[in-house]
Design a protein around this ligand. Structure first.
Ligand code: BG6
Ligand code: MG
Length: 217
């Protein structure tokens, strides 16, 4: 089966919003009287807002009523949006523009597969709202990563089967989602952390489309 489409995660793949999520969650944890480390933050990557909050509260040994949790999640999101509002096209990660030019030249289709409900806002801020043939975000799915829904929906919207798609992910949960969806998965980050991926590179800058197609086909 030949590869027809590339499905991209947003946070940590196209832009480094992963650091803003971390900063906002850390601020919230600190206000609640505990801290979260960068290593712990790996577990939050690709995980939905409410599920992330549950993991953080569990880490801090806190059990809170649902109304309070909704309030805390809204507070974190407000801090996060404050950080995101300062983003510009200059925040697009190195290598993304050149990689997308190669993707187009190769005639491949693209989809965004992000569990973030803020994906549309971020794409606007960085001038990439028109860059994808399909956009699946947190508003279109009912299950976050590691469930494969965000990627299987992307493939379906483009009209391809999972085996015709390659997923690009920086998160453990996202790599698992792509594998469970039946796709070839490129992990962007550390090979130790993203051990489940079919291919690992430090970032899109370190890859060419030709190389990915050769490995995935
Ligand atoms: C993912 C991030 O893309 O979106 C997670 O990797 C984040 O860290 C999730 O929790 C949900 O994002 P949002 O913007 O809907 O709170
Ligand atoms: Mg990510």
């Amino acid at each position: 089966m030949s590869i027809k489409a590339f499905l991209f995660d947003l946070d940590g793949v196209i832009v480094d919003t992963a650091i803003y999520h971390y900063q906002a969650w850390k601020r919230l944890a600190n206000e609640l009287g505990f801290d979260i480390s960068e290593a712990f933050n790996e577990r939050l990557k690709g995980v939905s807002r409410m599920e992330s909050l549950d993991l953080i509260l569990e880490h801090g040994g806190l059990t809170l009523p649902d109304e309070k949790k909704v309030e805390l999640a809204a507070q974190k999101n407000a801090w996060y949006l404050e950080l995101v509002s300062r983003m510009t096209p200059e925040d697009i990660l190195p290598g993304v523009a050149s990689f997308f030019a190669q993707v187009r030249k190769a005639g491949l289709k693209t989809a965004l597969g992000s569990v973030s409900k803020n994906a549309g806002t971020i794409l606007d801020r960085i001038g990439m709202s028109e860059a994808f043939d399909a956009v699946i975000d947190g508003n279109k799915i009912s299950k976050g990563k590691p469930d494969p829904e965000v990627f299987t929906k992307g493939a379906a919207e483009l009209g391809f089967s999972p085996t015709e798609c390659v997923v690009f992910e920086d998160a453990v949960a996202g790599v698992e989602a792509g594998k469970r969806g039946g796709m070839f998965v490129v992990g962007l980050g550390s090979p130790e952390i993203l051990a489940q991926a079919d291919l690992v590179a430090p970032s899109l800058e370190a890859l060419t489309v030709e190389e990915v197609l050769a490995k995935a086909s």
